[in-house]
Design a binder for this molecule. Structure first.
Ligand SMILES: *Cc1c(COP(=O)(O)O)cnc(C)c1O
Length: 405
């Protein structure tokens, strides 16, 4: 699919800035504070701490440079960068809800997000209903008179279920609620939720935006109407801000975001197509494959796809973990979005268990390597586990040989 060509210019070209002596990169302003000659200047700057440079917990030129790039990519008005994705997500949610409010959230949202909404916020009197977000009716049916926020993550990052973004923002508008959408998977290259009526977009910068697995970060992007109160409250008061060092690293990563996403998309589809044909796969979850139940919706709200996907398998967790152990290119680990391919194998309770036998979820992240190498790696590792039957299978074949002790 496609990335708007303008996005390549946004990340690769900077407005000339006299302050930096022609430096091609924005310097890392490693400073906690900014000083003034006169009290008049100091007082003028403090009138609007978010637009002037007074103190780095509020605004720092290196972080601001990154924020302005992300504003352009997401087509928002203002962005703030945080110390992690969760710092951004929790601040965005807190900026909208208060005691007595009700939230509706996709039941497949990122685990810590669900924990924050479903458990943590209860002590502040905020209640959350989790819905199967794939159908607009589920969102409608969950609406209450005190519903203040619809929290979306499209696609979700384990089962890759989409939500109808336009449908959800129209619903929110009709009941006077706000929307937040976690856009980490599609990135601003492939999806711009603010143009579909979403109030605040959040990202785990840790993933694709930084792209090199060398830092943690998060961002909230939106209109000035929603960002102004967030900047003076949750940003300044919680203080979970991005450091200038990290902003420098993230900006370097951002220069190649569209290039990397083109590569990730095509490699991800190649490997997913291969995987989908293997007999260890019961169901593959990749919104870019035509057999995805929301493939048509995906095409209307995304212009491309990320390279993180999963499949459900009837093979045991143990066998699929042994498969992972035999891989050379795929490393075992949490997270995703960097240059290196990763695998994760977990048991799961099928969310709409029609087939209780489907019990293992494998999530693959396709990095920047040669996709043929990755396919061969999956293949050779599978032949290793097929050739060495498990102890259980050996025992079934010949109960005599495998008795221990
Ligand atoms: C990783 C992740 C987050 C959290 O980001 P951190 O930077 O780890 O705090 C949020 N949403 C999604 C979809 C993620 O994958």
């Amino acid at each position: 699919m496609t990335i708007n060509e303008k996005k390549f210019s946004i990340v690769a070209h900077d407005e000339h800035d006299d302050h930096h002596h022609g430096s091609i990169n924005v310097p890392i302003y490693q400073t906690s504070l900014f000083s003034f000659d006169t009290y008049e200047q100091f007082n003028m700057a403090r009138v609007n701490e978010q637009e002037n440079f007074v103190y780095s917990r509020g605004n720092n030129p290196t972080v601001r440079f990154l924020e302005d790039k992300l504003v352009q990519l997401e087509q928002g008005e203002r962005a703030k960068c945080f110390a992690s994705g969760m710092a951004a997500i929790s601040a965005a949610i807190m900026s909208i809800v208060g005691s007595g409010d009700h939230v509706i959230c996709s039941h497949q949202a990122y685990g810590p997000t669900r924990e924050f909404l479903g458990n943590y916020l209860q002590k502040f009197g905020v209640e959350t209903t989790f819905v199967d977000g794939s159908t607009l009716d589920h969102w409608k049916n969950a609406v209450r008179s005190n519903t203040r926020l619809l929290y979306l993550e499209s696609p979700t990052s384990m089962f890759f279920q989409l939500q109808d973004i336009r449908g959800c923002t129209d619903l929110a508008a009709s009941i006077g609620a706000e929307t937040i959408l976690d856009n980490s998977w599609a990135t601003p290259c492939f999806q711009n939720p603010l143009t579909l009526g979403v109030g605040l977009v959040v990202h785990s910068i840790t993933k694709y935006i930084s792209g090199h697995s060398d830092c943690l970060g998060g961002v909230v992007v939106g209109s000035k109407r929603l960002m102004d109160p967030l900047m003076s409250n949750e940003y300044m008061l919680f203080g979970g801000v991005m450091t200038p060092q990290t902003a420098g690293l993230v900006t370097r990563g951002l220069r190649t975001l569209p290039l990397r996403m083109q590569r990730h998309e095509s490699s991800g589809l190649k490997v997913a197509e291969y995987v989908s044909r293997q007999r260890y796969v019961a169901k593959i979850n990749h919104p870019g494959l035509p057999n995805h139940p929301q493939y048509e919706l995906a095409k209307t709200q995304m212009s491309g796809t990320g390279s993180l996907f999963s499949f459900e398998s009837r093979e045991s967790v143990d066998k699929l973990r042994a498969w992972a152990d035999h891989m050379h290119f795929f490393r075992i680990g949490a997270s995703w979005g960097g240059f290196e391919s990763l695998i994760n194998v977990n048991a799961f309770h099928a969310l709409n268990a029609k087939d209780p036998q489907i019990g293992t979820l494998v999530r693959l992240y396709i990095g920047a390597e040669d996709p043929e190498d990755l396919i061969q790696d999956l293949d050779q590792a599978w032949r290793c586990v097929e050739q060495s039957p498990s102890e259980e299978e050996l025992y079934e074949q010949n109960p005599g040989i495998n008795q221990k002790g």
